[in-house]
Design a protein around this ligand. Structure first.
Ligand code: ATR
Length: 341
């Protein structure tokens, strides 16, 4: 499988990553109990050997334990073979979460992440969520200093509004914006995607297979255990309604001789060469399958057919309603009135 994953240039500042990344969150947090560390280290090694070198983590995952896991996986000379993306800006747990963009917090978070990952620099450092109390130019000012000091190579934003992206980009070039983007979560196409394209910013879709729902449908929802954040996700509380989307994708996947996960992921890959999804998995076979999605070719008619399955009336429940309810100082990208400054 080595060499099967092409490389793509992300943004306009020189970052090159594998065309598909690996979301590491579920290995340590949020999707059920943490998975055994030795197995996850082997999985990360398998990803790197297969050409998936763009590893996505955050200090929030665990918290902290996911960065420590990724750091351990890179021991023995693998650091230079990968592009590490991590994030700062969310404190607490899903019960009560506070977003923070204070400059002193930016610096201390970066230094702590470097230690946990046991590396000298972070390839791509995201503001995980935007703090509505702190003007974005203040948060970005500190990130710019970290780039000048060599601790961070490239800067990204996650779940920021179009206006915030513009303001941030004016302080220091933004290389990538990470947002939820999949067949059933397409709101970023209105404003965020055009803004990124205008400014030459790469786009990183998270949850590209709908947190597993577009891969396995109601089965995923039925098997959720306590502590899995999908239990409170509005989309997973409307399974009876939403299962039709999965069934249609699955039926088309049978016709295309691929899996529903591959077809959903292929749709994201077809959105452009500036788009690098980061599907999360904890299983070798699913990782291999997801890499296989890069070989699934879709015509414009097939893309349109897929899109018709997940029309807005076919999908019930906010993609991130749970965040809006429980997160403090959190900028909701679609509500521009929340923007500080
Ligand atoms: P996120 O970005 O939030 O991790 P995602 O990438 O859309 O969300 O989906 C991740 C979920 O899909 C995980 O629960 C993962 O389960 P495993 O850890 O068991 O793999 C599941 N998933 C990922 N790839 C899959 C595949 N090819 N087939 C079935 N399920 C898959």
């Amino acid at each position: 499988m080595a060499g099967a994953v092409p490389k793509l240039k992300l943004g306009s500042q020189g970052l090159v990553v594998s065309a598909q990344g690996l979301g590491c969150m579920g290995m340590s947090a949020n999707y059920g109990p943490p998975k055994p560390e030795p197995d996850m280290i082997k999985l990360i090694h398998h990803a790197i050997e297969s050409g998936v070198t763009f590893l996505d983590t955050s200090d929030f995952y665990g918290p902290h334990t996911n960065e420590i896991l990724v750091g351990k996986a890179l021991k023995g000379g693998l650091r230079d073979k990968v592009q590490i993306a991590t994030k700062f800006g969310i404190q607490g747990n899903y019960g009560k979460v506070e977003v923070c963009g204070d400059p002193a917090y930016v610096r201390s978070s970066c230094e702590a992440s470097l230690k946990r990952l046991d590396i000298d620099y972070i390839d791509l450092y995201y503001i995980h969520r935007i703090d509505t109390r702190v003007p974005i130019k203040v948060t970005m000012g500190e990130l710019k200093k970290l780039v000048e000091e060599g601790k961070v190579k490239y800067v990204g934003l996650s779940e920021a509004s179009a206006s915030t992206i513009r303001l941030a980009h004016a302080v220091h070039p933004i290389t990538a914006v990470q947002n939820e983007w999949s067949l059933w979560s397409r709101d970023i196409e209105d404003e965020i995607v055009p803004t990124c394209r205008e400014l030459g910013i790469g786009i990183i879709p998270y949850s590209p297979i709908g947190r597993g729902f577009l891969a396995a449908g109601p089965k995923v929802a039925e098997n959720l255990i306590d502590g899995d954040i999908r239990k409170t996700n509005p989309r997973f509380q409307n399974v009876e309604h939403n299962k039709t989307v999965f069934e249609r994708v699955n039926e088309m996947a049978t016709r295309k001789e691929c899996t529903a996960a591959q077809l959903s992921l292929a749709w994201v890959h077809h959105q452009g060469t500036d788009v690098v999804p980061i599907p999360g998995t904890t299983k070798f076979e699913n990782l291999d399958q997801n890499i296989g999605a890069l070989s699934v070719k879709l015509t414009s008619e097939e893309l349109a057919e897929l899109e018709s399955f997940a029309s807005s009336d076919a999908v019930k429940g906010e993609r991130n309603g749970f965040m809006q309810l429980t997160w403090i100082h959190y900028e909701t990208p679609s509500l521009s009135s929340w923007i500080s400054e």
